[in-house]
Design a protein around this ligand. Structure first.
Ligand SMILES: [Zn+2]
Length: 181
């Protein structure tokens, strides 16, 4: 599935990541996912379902040369361990294409589950990302089915926050305990 990606969506993606928080707007959610333009840049978000379950994803922009008419690929991975800064497993790849009429803005995006992924396409984390992606590209949005939280930073130690409660509080669980004692 493809999506016409306009400049105004990039504007919507200018979110202060240091603040952390919930994004409700469908276009802004998609814009956030693909907003990292610099090679090596990573961003993370957490999908919290209405049942309370959550999954954290990381999107990393790849380096290296790019073909004419193509943009940089983004590797999508999912948090599979306890360290929310490093314990991610590759899921699939987002491809992007330029409009070929001389415009330099991204015109379309497409996601494929990775053949090299050690996670099956029918796993919950893989299906959930595809579900999110299709809802965002179709413009239907998440509605009340799930919440989209972009990562925050702990106000005390500077570590990444990916749990919605911690993001909302602006402080991680370890630092919260230290503060209480
Ligand atoms: Zn902390």
């Amino acid at each position: 599935m493809r999506y016409a990606y306009a400049k105004h969506d990039q504007e919507a993606a200018r979110i202060d990541r240091k603040e952390g928080g919930r994004i409700d707007d469908t276009a802004a959610q998609l814009a956030y996912i693909v907003s990292a333009e610099k090679p090596g840049r990573r961003l993370r978000f957490t999908l919290k379902s209405h049942t309370g379950r959550h999954l954290t994803y990381q999107v990393q922009t790849m380096g290296g040369p790019v073909s004419v008419g193509q943009g940089r690929r983004r590797y999508v991975s999912v948090l599979t361990g306890s360290d929310n800064e490093s314990a991610y497993t590759y899921l699939g790849t987002i491809f992007s294409w330029y409009r070929l009429n001389g415009s330099t803005e991204w015109s379309s995006w497409e996601y494929f589950h990775g053949k090299k992924s050690t996670i099956g396409a029918d796993a919950v984390s893989a299906k959930s990302f595809l579900w999110l992606w299709n809802l965002l590209l179709s413009g239907k949005g998440l509605g009340t089915l799930a919440e989209f939280w972009h990562e925050g930073v702990c106000g005390r130690c500077g570590r990444a926050l990916t749990d919605p409660e911690s993001i909302a509080a602006g402080i991680g669980p370890i630092c919260r305990k230290k503060g209480a004692s």
